[in-house]
Write a protein that binds this ligand. Structure first.
Ligand SMILES: C[S@@+](CC[C@H](N)C(=O)[O-])C[C@H]1O[C@@H](n2cnc3c(N)ncnc32)[C@H](O)[C@@H]1O
Length: 271
């Protein structure tokens, strides 16, 4: 499988997607506010089409994206987030300088924007200590070690983390691209893979783009044009397809976003 990193974003692989959608990278993502409280707590999460990716307070988040460059950017962003975060030994946060100086474990997460971006520009990113080292109380289940990224076309390729199963799979604004590139068969395969890799009782969070938004996207490539013409499945049918695979009927969490980014966010639970 050849790596995708094209200047024509035929997979929705926009290189400044979050800056464009939220007006600045790292901007507030209104979709996350809709999710049930505690959904990510102690969960293994897969984010399909992660683009630049985010940390959601989960035990483990794996971001997978078809675009090589986006995956490299996601690793860089992880390092940046770490570099901006407060040292846990200061002000009631919990990145201690050593086990002996350990501060009481705080109820709240570490302060995210403690160091200004200029610090990283002037001095470079902070090194990330290995998990479970003597000097730092961080483990594989704490940020930044709990977040990793893989380049893969997840519809057609598995990744090693799939073997452990996921409690939550998130697919934000990626179904249209899978549908246009793989047709109805590709989208069905995607939904079946989501079902197969979720643990029993696991949750699928789907933000599907509406059919109208396919019109502009399909002009990017003749394959997309052809699949748009021949596909029979419509976003309104996705719930029926997912139920036929084995999910419980979906729950509409809301339609956040503005303008053409106002899209439904639905939640499906694996029986
Ligand atoms: C429009 S962006 C959405 C990004 C992010 N999920 C969000 O909503 O903020 C779609 C992303 O899905 C990725 N993508 C498309 N098809 C994919 C596939 N088959 N496997 C993995 N990633 C894919 C693209 O590279 C792109 O980063």
């Amino acid at each position: 499988m050849t790596a995708v990193s094209s200047t024509i974003p035929t997979h929705g692989n926009y290189h400044n997607y979050h800056g464009y959608r939220y007006h600045h990278p790292g901007g507030h993502d209104s979709r996350l506010a809709l999710l049930p409280r505690g959904l990510f707590a102690n969960a293994r999460v897969l984010d399909v089409g992660c683009n630049e990716a985010q940390s959601w307070g989960a035990r483990r988040v794996v971001g997978v994206d078809i675009d090589d460059t986006l995956v490299r950017m996601a690793w860089r962003r992880r390092r940046t987030l770490w570099s901006h975060q407060a040292p846990l030994s200061s002000a009631g946060t919990s990145r201690p300088n050593s086990k002996r100086e350990r501060a009481p474990v705080p109820a709240s997460p570490p302060v995210a924007d403690y160091f200004p971006a200029s610090c990283q520009h002037m001095f470079g990113p902070l090194p990330i200590p290995a998990a479970d080292t003597l000097d730092f109380d961080i483990s594989e289940n704490t940020f930044p070690h709990n977040i990793s990224f893989r380049r893969a076309d997840w519809v057609n390729e598995s990744i090693p983390e799939d073997d452990g199963g996921y409690n939550v799979i998130v697919a934000f604004s990626v179904s249209k691209w899978i549908h246009l590139n793989g047709g109805d068969a590709g989208l069905s395969r995607f939904f079946e893979r989501v079902y197969a890799t979720l643990v029993s009782g696991g949750t699928f969070v789907l933000e599907a783009q509406p059919r109208e938004s396919y019109i502009k996207a399909r002009k990017l490539h003749p394959t997309l044009q052809e699949n748009a013409q021949t596909s029979q499945m419509r976003p309104e049918d996705f719930e029926a397809t997912l139920c036929s695979i084995g999910f419980k009927p979906g729950q509409r969490l809301g339609e956040p976003g503005e303008g053409r980014f106002r899209r439904p966010v639905d939640l499906y639970v694996k029986r």
